[in-house]
Design a protein around this ligand. Sequence first.
Ligand code: MLT
Ligand code: MN
Ligand code: ZN
Length: 307
Amino acid sequence: MLLQVLGTAAGGGVPQWNCACPGCSGARAHPARRRSHASLAVRADDEHWYLVNATPDLAAQIEDTPALHPGPQRRRTPVAGLVLTDAELDHTLGIARLREADRIELLATAPVRAALGDRAHLDDLLTPYAELVWRELGSRPMPLCDGSDVEISALPVSGKRPRYAVNGSGTAAGPGAPPHADPWVIALRLHDRRTGGTVVYAPALAAWPDAFQEALVGADCVLIDGTFWDDEEPRRSGFSSRTATGMGHLPIDGPDGTATRLAPLATRCFYTHLNNTNPLVDPDAPQHKRLAEMGLAVAAEGMEIAL
Ligand code: MLT
Ligand code: MN
Ligand code: ZN
């Protein structure tokens, strides 16, 4: 299995167009610090790649990645489809950028598909340009495409709806179900049956269910939610009245932080989906050393992972 990290930033990117915080100003002064919106490309077979999430940076991310370039025929692209981990705008605004395609294949859970269709009116908007072909993602592994050795399955990690779909019909899971029972936000498990390699991709993580822990234990590599360094960061930086946890992102640091859960695992761990307020967007920040001491690191843009 081959993966390319296309982007590593949370919504807004680094720098964010309307922000002069230290992280954004630092990235303007030092272009090497720039991070585009979090995304991943996965090779399904010799001719087909799937993009995990469709960010506002999608077209530039394709251009920056030679394996995703079209050719040799004029209109032949290796980009076979999109996998969505959630319906958030930073992971879906790029879908419309693919409107030049004849058809766009989308793998998503039922609530994500419904939100994009019924609330964001994506099908109404795009069908006059390109056929949208939806495939439902669930907990049962299925080939990424026909004949692919790579199997994909969903691990629900949060019931947080995007803001444009907050008010809506009740949960399918029913009363008393855990908050992540409705798969609004999922982690992906990708497993190559030929090589045995397994990766877990979890750019947003509000809970740590047992099934997620089990998947991590069995994985060779995990790319995981690094939105906020600590729980108070969104409030301290003044852009939100909510904590990291309240915004649906477990923080990295702290007693319930993800770092202490990841450090004991044998899995290679990389943080992605960094918010511009996260001190880790500065490569000189001491927090990088803290992570390194725990065997953890931040994912780099353009990183290639072969498993
Ligand atoms: C998130 O990662 O929680 C969302 O992208 C936040 C948002 O855009 O509202
Ligand atoms: Mn996000
Ligand atoms: Zn900023």
